[in-house]
Structure formats: C-alpha cells, structure tokens
Design a protein around this ligand. Structure first.
Ligand code: GLN
Length: 453
C-alpha cells in the first residue's frame, strides 16, 4: 500500500502518510505469537486502511483540509478510528477532502486538488474525494469517509467504487470534526460491498462520548436474512427525469431491470413527496450548523494563530486568524448560516427548513413502506472536468439533489457502480446506483447491493 501511494502521489489523494507507524504496526501483527488467537475478533487484521482527514488520529495530523488546522495533531483517536484499530486495521494515512467537508469536487481543499483515477483531468467528487481516489486506484483496501449530504456516495459514484453511508448514529461521531452535527455520518468506501460492510460494521456501535450514537448495531447486523422473492423496490421518479444525464438514467434503469430479473418485485417509478425540496432545506440547515460549529476555530485553541500588533484587541486576532486561514467556500457558508439563524430571518429560513426536513423524512418513509429499498442515481452526471464548476457554487450545490434527501432523513444508503456513461466528449466514466433503505437496514441494503455486483 505504501509503495502504491508513493507511486500515485500525483493523484493528490493523501494529505499525510505515516509510513513508520504503519510499518511498525504491520510488523507487530506479523510477529504476534502463534498462541495469539485474538485474530478471530479482529476481522480487519493487517488490512491497510486510509482515513479521511476530518477524523482525529493521535499519531497523524488532522487538518480537515483547512489551513486553520495546519500541523494540528489531536491528543486522541476518533471512536471510529479506535474501533478500526481494535479490529486490527493498519491506518496508513489521512486522505484529502474539501475543507471541513464543504464541497462536491475536492477542489475546496486548502492543500491541493485530487484527480479522478479514471481520467486525471476530471474531479473525483467530494468531499471524500481523497478516500474515493485512493480506493479506486487500489492504493488501499478501503477508506473511511464522512457523509453529511452525499460526501461518500457522490465520490464513490464518480470513481466507480462502493460507498456506504450508514443510518445516522450507527457510527459514533466522537472525534469527527463537525460540519453539520445533525447530518454528519461516518462510513466507508471500498471496492466491493462485502469489504464496505465489514469495515462499516467494525466501526459501528454505541458510544458514551456521542449522545446521538445508537446502540442499534445488532439490528443492523440481524436484518440481512431476506431473499430476492421478498425484495420489493421502486425507482425515484424525480431523480430520473429532466436534468439527469441520459446515460446515467439508462444505467440505473438497467440495474433495476437486472434486480427484477433476479426475482425482486419492481413497483416502477414512484413519486416521493417533497423529494426536490430537500436541496434548499439541506443547505439552510447544513450552513446554519456549520456557522455555529466553526466558531471554535479562532486561533486561541487549535492550529496557527495570526500575529497581530502588540496591544491589538482579541477580536482582531480572531478576525485575522479566521480571515486568513478559512477558505472562500467555508466563509460563504458561515455567512449564509449566520444569516439563516439571525433573528429577523430565523422563522423564514432556519425554522422553515426544519419543517421541510420533517416532510422529506415523511416522504421517504412513505415511499419505503412495504419496500426494501428505493433506487436512484447517486448524482445527475458523471465526473466532470476540474475547474468546470468552481465559479458557480449554485451549480455545484445542485449536483447534491439526489444524496441530500437520505441525509435529512438520517437513512442508510449504499452506492455501487452500475456501468459507464459518456461524459459528453466521448470519455466513458462510471455511473453509481444509489439504494436507500429504512433506518438500520444496512445488512438488508448490502444483501440487495451484492446481488447486483
Ligand atoms: N456536497 C455537499 C456539501 O457541500 C455534501 C458534503 C458532505 O457530505 N460533507 O455540503
């Protein structure tokens, strides 16, 4: 893994690689005594895994892709990371991301861009773009990502791999640098559903350090017993019509036909109430939470502090640190979030978005009633060219239309590759199929996804 990472440095997938720590850890595993039978409880023994750089690691820096945390090494491991280590995984490095997870192409990293291994002039997606590129280029067996509004699923789709976003709360958020706390989830990117499932379940579990973490892990473990004959699904009509590349919708429809031929029952296209309202509600809520979460980066507690004139006010130190170390996209979102939460606009923006969130959740619950899952693309397009959307934030946000509904509802969703489509210039790029399931139905989703592999 370390050789492959060095050989493909030009992809920009990693922000830190700790070769010494990784080798030492791997050596300890190799040299463990014959009588050590703990391997049975360690399903990831010796497996090289990369971790997105917004999850705290005590032996490697954790920057969240931001200059405001440059060279910061946390004093502890995130619970998800701790659980991976317990399962025997060897953490080889930290992957690149859009600053604080805010973006869809990885171009908002304060360090460098990531290139899509299928076509290096194209984006890998984001914000877990480094994790997706590292897995797609076979640099590591699996990588940890985080998904607030699509950041595991859309890069998995753009890079032709599997991306698993769990039910909100299945994996502890302790030690995840918060973007939008009510939406943030920790999940996995891998080259097969089996791998993604194994890594996800190794991370899962209730945690006293995260009050929103769930002790439902056993449910997630035990619901995989269904068969194809009892599997019923529908397609999300709104995600297959106008504004969606024809190659993308064709590939998704073909996957639905395959699932039907395997014995599942297809209810055709259904209308999911309020599906399209999820996008504006998501951006209002995510930005609001971000504006509050990011106030801790003030130069006093973590990372570099801007130098100000002797005798200058504390406020000017904050201003200088934040002004010079936070990126454009992050500032834009802090401003939008502060606006949405301000007294004159709270009812019209934030409160209304929360009401819409409830409607989106109800809409999805209704569409999932009596069904195993819903099928839809992960994104309306395949991976586009680097730089193509950087000047148009709204166009970039619009690309999240298909991933944010499951995020607002807290539901699990898995993305698997389902073919290739023309990117418009004859370049064939991967298409991702998204399956959304009921709360804690991870095993069930994995079962259906595996049938399509
Ligand atoms: N692209 C979305 C955003 O910019 C999703 C990001 C994420 O899931 N972290 O907010």
């Amino acid at each position: 893994a370390l050789d492959a990472i060095a050989e493909h440095e030009d992809l920009g997938a990693f922000l830190h690689v700790n070769a010494d720590v990784a080798i030492n850890h791997a050596r300890q595993i190799d040299e463990r005594s014959e009588s050590d039978d703990s391997a049975e409880d360690r399903p990831l023994l010796g497996v090289p895994i990369a971790v997105k750089d917004n999850l705290c690691t005590s032996d490697m820096p954790t920057t969240a892709g931001s200059k405001v945390l440059e060279n910061y090494t946390p004093p502890y491991d995130a619970t998800a990371v701790q659980n991976l280590r317990k399962a025997g995984a060897v953490i080889v490095g930290k992957t690149n991301l859009d600053e604080f997870g805010m973006g869809s192409t990885n171009e908002a990293s304060a360090y460098h861009v990531v290139r899509n291994p299928w076509a290096t002039d194209r984006v890998p997606g984001g914000s877990s773009g480094g994790s997706a590129a590292a897995v797609a280029a076979n640099l590591v067996a699996a990588a940890i990502g985080t998904d607030t509004g699509g950041s595991i699923r859309q890069p998995a789709s753009f890079c032709g791999i599997v991306g698993f976003k769990p039910t909100y709360g299945l994996v502890s958020r302790y030690g995840l640098i918060s973007y939008a706390s009510s939406l943030d989830t920790v999940g996995c990117l891998a080259r097969s559903v089996d791998d993604a499932e194994a890594v996800l379940m190794a991370m899962a579990g209730g945690d006293a350090s995260d009050a929103t973490s769930s002790y439902h892990r056993d449910d997630a473990n035990n619901t995989g017993g269904g068969d194809m004959e009892s599997t019923r699904f529908a397609l999300v009509g709104a995600a297959l019509g106008e504004g969606v590349d024809s190659g993308v919708s064709a590939a998704v429809r073909a996957a639905a036909a395959t699932l039907e031929s395997l014995g599942a029952t297809c209810d055709g296209d259904v209308d999911v109430p309020n599906f399209e309202d999820a996008l504006p509600a998501y951006y209002a809520i995510a930005c609001s939470e971000a504006s509050s979460n990011l106030s801790r980066f003030d130069g006093a507690r973590y990372g570099p502090r801007a130098s100000v004139e002797k005798g200058a006010s504390l406020q000017s130190m904050y201003d200088e640190t934040r002004g010079s170390n936070l990126g454009e996209e992050v500032k834009r979102r802090i401003l939008m979030g502060t606006y949405a939460l301000s007294s004159g606009y709270y009812d019209a923006c934030y409160k209304r978005a929360q009401q819409v969130r409830t409607l989106v959740r109800r809409g999805l619950d209704e569409a999932l009633e009596g069904r195993t899952c819903l099928l839809l693309p992960a994104a309306p397009t395949v991976a586009y060219k680097l730089g193509e959307k950087t000047d148009d934030p709204l166009a970039m946000y619009a690309g999240d239309l298909m991933t944010v509904p499951a995020s607002l509802a807290g539901l699990p969703a898995v993305v698997i590759p389902c073919g290739m489509a023309d990117a418009g210039d004859g370049t064939m790029m991967p298409v991702g199929l998204q399956l959304i399931g009921k709360s804690f139905s991870e095993r069930e989703l994995a079962r259906v996804a595996k049938a399509l592999e």
